[in-house]
Write a protein that binds this ligand. Sequence first.
Ligand code: NAD
Ligand code: DAU
Length: 356
Amino acid sequence: MTILVTGAAGFIGGNFVLDWLAAHDETVVNLDKLTYAGNLDTLSSLADNPRHIFVRGDIGDRELVGRLLATYQPRAIVNFAAESHVDRSIHGPMDFIQTNVVGTCNLLESTREYWNGLAEAPKAAFRFLHVSTDEVYGSLTPADEPFRETNRYEPNSPYSASKAASDHMVRAWHHTYGLPVLTTNCSNNYGPYHFPEKLIPLVILNAVKGKALPIYGDGMQVRDWLYVKDHCSAIRRVLEAGRLGETYNVGGWNEKPNIEVVKTICALLDEMRPRDDGKSYTDQITYVTDRPGHDRRYAIDATKIEKELGWKPAETFETGIRKTVSWYLTHMAWVENVVSGGYRAWVEKQYGSEVV
Ligand code: NAD
Ligand code: DAU
């Protein structure tokens, strides 16, 4: 049996494929465009593995996707492919519309054509799992209940609006055409192979390089943090037993203000890689201009997936962040390889002279 995984040279997709191949005997076809966020280094351990077939291409390329589906006859598609960085969506929203909205629609159409042509048994067993985000629900006040699957969609950034649109398309393809879809809406992931434009890897990298640790605004924005391996196990479980057409919120029950996350990383680095001058890494914390339209709080109520499918995260924030800091300190070669010229240009554009 085979599954098609899109965007699997990225952070979560890469972790998903590594875990999948370790746990299953099925083949994975990995379709990834290799944007700045795609990195085959993450999958270097699979170089000689015949069960990993990498194809460079766009989810929006109907001809390519149609050919892949006809050739490999997957029993499921897991769609991770997306533009994923909120700050980049503020600087340039159109790439987000192109991949997250138009690309997802094209992928749905290619899938529908393939699924319609399947025989009865494989047609009934087929699944299309769409990986989405908690950001589609908008921003919470401190007094609000965490997001449930029934919350209204109120996306606030070009990124979250593009993901919300893709979720609606997936829902519509189920209701209108009967496509057997599942959607997961997940909180902030962290862990190995996370691109260092996002808060946690950026802070670890900047800290050890002696650079400023940029905190947007007052640093009191709250996110729910989920260790990436826990997200991968949730997706496997939803693929296995999720009810068709349903959405499942996936979270870590770990709400933290950004400043607390950054101070926790500093304390771990003080312990694992003390600064030469004996001072704390917290000295490098620098408050910078806030993100426009910055959502104040996200929080996930993951009761549905726990009750229906028996899934719970294995890591607490304390265990997961320790593993993550340790992973980065021992995988600096991976980090150096992704920190290309393009990445340095991004840092200059985003932080300008505020962080040097
Ligand atoms: P990422 O940016 O690290 O990886 C995205 C991958 O998709 C890259 O390998 C990129 O090359 C590929 N890609 C981009 N456009 C493509 C296209 N048109 N065709 C084929 N491949 C393309 O993202 P991530 O953090 O791994 O997120 C994966 C998915 O999970 C996204 O859909 C994102 O919205 C969602 N998500 C992420 C988080 C998080 O905290 N990172 C949380 C919730 C949901
Ligand atoms: O909630 C899920 C989402 O989490 C995913 O859908 C997105 O793909 C993923 O990128 C992530 O979005 P965030 O905007 O929450 O993640 P980011 O790491 O960019 O920022 C986390 C918080 O830290 C956010 O409140 C902004 C803040 N921040 C971020 C950066 C990069 C800073 O204070 N300083 C920084 O330099």
